[in-house]
Design a protein around this ligand. Structure first.
Ligand SMILES: Cc1ncc(COP(=O)(O)O)c(C=O)c1O
Length: 480
């Protein structure tokens, strides 16, 4: 594909983009239980205006853009207060939860290495329910990830098991508030004691939960202690682009003090260009996300957020009540806030995802892992409140429909065959042949994915990983 010889008209640019977006999921109708957090048209308008106003500003050199530094410092100060931090706490604005978590790992590694000499690869001790971002950090930084099993009823981390995994090269413990998959908070007070005993860092991943939990506490609901008020917690990640209802590209990483945060900052004057001083992973950084975050934060204020969080919790309470009316479904864990996981022993749970999609609802499949059976996840937001009755009705219909579908296990012969396959054999033609069996072709994804999800769930994890990697290696094929 070459550049166009003549540019398109403005009108054609946008009509072409609209055409491309026709098959995208609708983001604003309160029927998505994952990925999007919609606060309604007014908040959207404020965010868009602020975003475009600062779109071209570059946070690379804060001396040139004091406005962006001011937005950032005010967002961070508000976040610290929300997380009950003291006057020593500091933090930065990042592009999202993964960047915040990756910075927490890098900072802990360099802070501990500065304090003491390690005798090998630094490691981090992480419950099996912690977000994939910690796997990614270990992978990118070549650190050892020590994955620790969790309680298979509550899906909470087991402090004793985490303590047993710590050795002289451990730099960081991780706990979630809340975990994405099951929406539960780990026993952070007990994990904090382990961190203090070994004089290592403890990161609380509050990317999805901390914002809501902070409001729930302020609104008089009981929440498990999770923030800087817990001794031993050295850093917290909290995303504004989730339940803070800000546009994508908005999170904070908060540290207990400057001595720790110092190790987050990357500075380079040993090259021929301008000096680089980066607090986060990005260097050139658009002012759009930080400006939009500041605008939404100030537009909503306490009254606005309490309304949105109240609506979120009302929707959650109603959905939990509705789930009780469906005996085929069983909850995994007891959700602390608005994230819910449920499964069934009666049919292929992935059929529910397809059936709900046929009824214009997006719910999320989760593969089984470490005692967490394959299941369906809901991230419940304020936007679904008016649609809850329809959701429960559709779910009941979907359960009835799923029971009538093919619910046999994948054939034993197929599983045996897959057990023989080496991950490398899935590269190129091997992968295409496998995908074709499930209707995945160059033309797109079929409406029904339950069969494929079932096989991905049953495959050895290394093979699943190879298959999914290959899928994206193919999906991102330069346009003809
Ligand atoms: C607990 C938790 N941590 C980290 C992340 C990663 O956040 P992001 O998708 O913004 O990178 C998520 C995303 O859902 C999450 O739920």
């Amino acid at each position: 594909m070459e550049f166009r010889s003549q540019g398109l008209s403005k009108q054609d640019v946008f009509s072409t983009m609209d055409e491309y977006a026709m098959t995208d999921m609708p983001m604003h109708d309160g029927r998505m239980m994952a990925y999007v957090y919609d606060a309604g048209p007014e908040v959207d308008e404020v965010a868009k205006k602020a975003y475009t106003r600062f779109l071209s500003a570059n946070a690379l050199d804060p001396t040139q853009t004091p406005s962006l530094t001011r937005f950032e410092n005010e967002i961070v100060a508000t976040s610290i207060a929300h997380m009950q931090g003291d006057e020593h706490c500091v933090g930065n604005f990042t592009s999202g939860g993964t960047e915040s978590c990756m910075l927490a790992v890098k900072t802990a590694r360099d802070y501990i290495r500065d304090k003491k000499t390690l005798n090998g690869k630094p490691n981090l001790v992480v419950p099996a329910t912690a977000h994939a971002a910690f796997h990614k950090a270990a992978h990118y930084y070549d650190m050892e990830l020590r994955l620790v099993e969790v309680d298979t009823d509550s899906f909470m981390a087991i402090p004793e098991k985490m303590a047993a995994a710590v050795d002289e090269n451990t730099v960081l413990l991780v706990a979630s508030a809340v975990s994405y998959a099951h929406g539960v908070t780990d026993p952070i007070e007990a994990i904090g004691k382990i961190a203090l005993e070994h004089d290592i860092c403890l990161h609380v991943d509050g990317c999805i939960g901390a914002f809501v939990l902070g409001w729930m506490r302020r609104m008089g609901r009981e929440v498990t202690p999770f923030d800087f008020s817990v001794p031993g917690v050295t850093s917290i990640s909290m995303d504004w682009h989730k339940y803070g209802y800000c546009p994508k590209g908005a999170s904070v990483i908060l540290h207990k003090n400057r001595d720790i945060r110092r190790h987050q900052i990357f500075t380079c004057s040993q090259w021929t260009g301008y000096t680089v001083i980066n607090t986060t992973i990005q260097s050139t950084k658009s002012g759009g996300p930080v400006a939009a975050c500041w605008a939404v934060m100030n537009f909503l204020g306490e009254e606005g957020y309490q309304r949105l969080i109240g609506r979120t919790m009302d929707a959650t309470d109603k959905i939990l009540e509705g789930l009780k009316e469906i005996p085929e479904l069983k909850m995994l864990g007891k959700p602390e806030m608005s994230l819910v996981a449920f499964t069934t022993d009666e049919f292929n749970v992935f059929h529910l995802v397809d059936e709900m999609k046929a009824r214009d609802w997006i719910i999320q499949p989760q593969l089984g892992f470490y005692g967490s059976k394959e299941n369906v996840h809901l991230s419940i937001t304020q936007a679904v409140l008016e649609n809850v009755d329809d959701f429960i009705r559709c779910l009941k219909e979907s359960v009835a429909a799923a029971k009538l579908l093919d619910n046999s296990e994948p054939p034993e012969t197929m599983l045996q065959m897959l057990n023989q396959v080496q991950p490398k054999m899935l590269r190129g033609p091997g992968f295409n042949a496998l995908m074709a069996q499930f209707g995945m072709t160059e033309d797109g994804i079929p409406d029904r994915l339950a069969g494929l999800n079932q096989v991905l769930n049953a495959m050895p994890p290394e093979l699943t990983k190879a298959a999914l990697t290959e899928y994206f290696n193919e999906l991102f094929t330069p346009a003809a």
